[in-house]
Design a protein around this ligand. Structure first.
Ligand code: FES
Ligand code: FES
Length: 192
C-alpha cells in the first residue's frame, strides 16, 4: 500500500515517518519514531495505555490516525523527564506504588499531567474522573490516586518554592502489522 511521509512534532523534535493511511499515531510513535514508551494494550480505545498529549490534550493514540496528527504538538512519556530527574508525576507514581507491572503507567502519567496542568489541586473525585478512561490490572487504583495527589502537592510546592510534603507515601501488543513503518528524526536545523 502506498505510504505517505507525515511530519510529526514529538517532544520538541521533528520526525518524518512513512505511514499507510490507516496507521495509527501509536504505531507511528512506536515503530516510526522508536518511542516505545507509549504502550498498546487493547488497540481499540478502551484501556488508555496509549494515551499521549496532542496540543496539550490527552488522546488515545490507538484511535488517532498518524496523518491526523501532522502539525500538532505531541507529547509522550519520553518527553517528561529531565536529563537527571523524573517529572514530579513520574516520581510520585514510583514513590506511592502507583505502578506495578508498569504497562498502564505511561497512559496514567500522561493523563495525570494533563489534569494537573488544568487543575493544580484536584480532589480525589476529580482525579478519579480524570483517570476513568485508564485501566490498571495491578494496583487497585488507590495508590494511583495517591500518586496524583502527591504529584499535585509537589508541583504546587515547586511553583511557590516551598518544601513539598513527604509523609504518607506508599500507604495506601495489539496487531502491530508494523512491517515497513519507517521514521527518521530530522536534524535540529530542519526542525520547526
Ligand atoms: S491501546 Fe489505546 S485505548 Fe487501549
Ligand atoms: S501497573 Fe500493571 S496494569 Fe497497571
Amino acid at each position: 500500500m502506498k505510504r505517505t511521509l507525515v511530519t510529526l512534532h514529538v517532544n520538541g523534535a521533528t520526525w518524518e515517518v512513512a505511514v499507510r493511511p490507516h496507521d495509527t499515531l501509536a504505531l507511528a510513535l512506536r515503530d516510526g519514531c522508536g518511542l516505545t514508551g507509549t504502550k498498546i494494550g487493547c488497540d481499540m480505545g478502551t484501556c488508555g495505555c496509549c494515551t499521549v498529549l496532542v496540543d496539550g490534550r490527552p488522546v488515545l493514540s490507538c484511535l488517532t490516525l498518524a496523518l491526523e496528527a501532522e502539525g500538532a504538538r505531541i507529547e509522550t512519556i519520553e518527553g517528561l523527564a529531565g536529563a537527571e530527574r523524573l517529572h514530579p508525576v513520574q516520581r510520585a507514581f514510583a514513590e506511592c506504588g502507583g505502578s506495578q507491572c508498569g504497562y498502564c503507567t505511561p497512559g496514567f502519567v500522561m493523563t495525570s499531567v494533563a489534569l494537573l496542568r488544568d487543575n493544580a489541586a484536584p480532589s480525589r473525585e476529580e482525579i478519579k474522573a480524570a483517570i476513568a478512561g485508564n485501566l490498571c490490572r495491578c494496583t487497585g487504583y488507590a495508590k494511583i490516586v495517591d500518586a496524583v495527589e502527591h504529584a499535585a502537592a509537589d508541583l504546587r510546592a515547586a511553583s511557590t518554592g516551598a518544601t513539598p510534603p513527604t509523609g504518607g507515601r506508599g500507604d495506601s501488543g495489539g496487531d502491530q502489522d508494523d512491517a515497513g513503518i519507517h521514521g527518521r528524526r530530522q536534524p535540529a536545523a530542519a526542525r520547526r
